[in-house]
Design a protein around this ligand. Sequence first.
Ligand code: PRT
Ligand code: ZN
Length: 226
Amino acid sequence: NGTSRDRLRIAIQKSGRLAEPARALLSACGLSWRESRDKLFCYGESLPVDLLLVRDDDIPGLIADGVCDFGVVGRNELNEQAGARQSIGLPAAYQELRALGFGGCRLMLAVPEAWQWSGPEQLQGTRIATSYPAILAQWLQEQGVQASVVELSGSVEIAPKLGTADLICDLVSSGATLAANQLKPVQTLLESEAVLAGPVRRFEDQRAQLAAMLLRRMDGVLKLKD
Ligand code: PRT
Ligand code: ZN
């Protein structure tokens, strides 16, 4: 979508784990907004940089379609949707520009507590429940293992108990959810955190300078944080 614009548009999560830290980071970069009544669109006041408040799952697609210029999203979600595009032959449309240091978690395989884990070859012929079918399928292929991927959009951790899968591949932070479901983490597929995602294409209008300034400010803020 080659529409020329003179304002930048950044998609962030409307509510959820990344919503507050994303706003805090952008505020620290000197951005401020006039809240709109519907609270889905926030008009930038200090700079021509507007916010779109959406579900995290929608952020990669909004960048791919050129509706938004940047997004703050989990690497897990970005890589999953990139993998899904790739598997149907679509070109890469977005890229990770900066790792943001919050929203840390791991995409892991977790098995019933009674299993003795001996390595990926043990997965041959099993059924694995996940919300990340593209990342999982690619990893299985790299391991040279054939297993069936059972795609679930939520409550993945109860699949082994229900008998719909033998094990799961899900995000883990404290591990409490796994423990509560008598599962144990055995293998990390992806180290994730919130990232700034942007288009693969360069901006050819006013947005180029705005984007460069935003990245420069963000690098300053991120450097202060560690
Ligand atoms: O409404 P919307 O679609 O925007 O929100 P969402 O429910 O899809 O997303 P949300 O807010 O739950 O997560 C947004 C992002 O936060 C994810 O894409 C990850 O990048 C990141 N993140 C960090 C996590 C976790 N930590 C996490 N622990 N996302 C999910 N979890 C889940 C985990 O899978 C488990 O089921 O939280 C549960 C608790 O984790 P434990 O290990 O602490 O028990
Ligand atoms: Zn979501």
